[in-house]
Design a protein around this ligand. Sequence first.
Ligand code: SER
Length: 311
Amino acid sequence: MSDKILVIGSSGQIGTELVQNLRDIYGIDNVVASDVKVTEQAKEGPFEVIDVMNAQGLLEIVKRHKINQIYLLAALLSATAEKMPKFGWDLNMQGLFNVLDLAKEKIIQKIYWPSSIAVFGPNTPSINTPQFTIMEPSTVYGISKQAGERWCEYYYNKYGVDVRSLRYPGLIGWKSAPGGGTTDYAVHIFHEALKSGSYECFLSENTTLPMMYMPDAIKATIGIMHADSQKVKIRSSYNLSGFSFSPKEIALEIKKHIPNFSISYKPDSRQQIADSWPKSIDSSEAGKDWGWKPEYDLTGMTNDMLKNLKK
Ligand code: SER
C-alpha cells in the first residue's frame, strides 16, 4: 500500500516545515495538512480542518483520504498549558488517545508523536541527561508528555501499535513562529535583533537549555519514521540532542553579525519552567539504534538563521 499521510496541527512551528518536507518526499497529494482552523497552508495542497478532540470527525477524514500514517503535532506547549492546565491536559492526552486508537483498530499503520525535554524535572540529572533516569516533570505540559510516552509504549507492547517518538529540545527555525513555549525566546531574539537591534529576554542570562535547529529536527523526525521497525527499540520516546546555550551565549553569537545588538533580561514565570529542565541531553541511544547525528551547532544555526531572515 502506498503511503498517505495526515499531519495534525500542521500550521504550527514544526508542522509548517514538516509538511513541506514530507510533500517533497511523498508528493503533494499524499500529504494532507490539517489544523483547527483554515490557514494559508490550505492554498498549498490538501488541507482539512480537524479538531483532534473529535474522534468521529477525525475518523471520517482518515477514511475519506485513505490515510495510513499520522503525525500528531497538535498540543498546548509548556507556557500556555500552565495558564490552562485542564485544557492542556485534555488536549494533549485525548488527542493522543484518539490517534493511538485508530492504530489499535488497524485503521492506520504508523504514528509519529512528539515528546519533549519537558518530561524531565528538577530532580533529573541536568547535564547530559540520560535516556533512562529520574523524570518527575513539574509542568502540566511535561506531565502530559510523560504520561503520553507511557501510553505510547503501552500501545506498542499491548496492541502492536507502531508509534515512534522523539523528545524535542527547544526548536529554532526561520520559516515559522513558535507558540507558547519556554524556549521561544531563541526564535524571537533573531527577529528583534534584525528589527530593532535589541531584545528583552524572559529568561535570565545564564539559563542554559538544550536546543536544535529545525533542519535537524525535521531530519530526526523523518529519520525515525523511515527507520526499520526493529531498530526503533525505544517505544516511549528517544532523547534527542543538538546543542545547548544560554541567552547570554546566543546574544554573543548574534553580536558577531550585528555588533550593536543589545540584550536585557526580565525573567517571568517561564524562568521557573526553564529551571526545571535539563541543560544538555545524551542522545546516544538514538545514535546507536537508528543513526541519529545532528549537523548544526550554535554558530552554524545563527549564520543560517540570520542569512534567511534577512532575505
Ligand atoms: N519548546 C517546548 C516548550 O518550550 C519544549 O518542548 O514548551
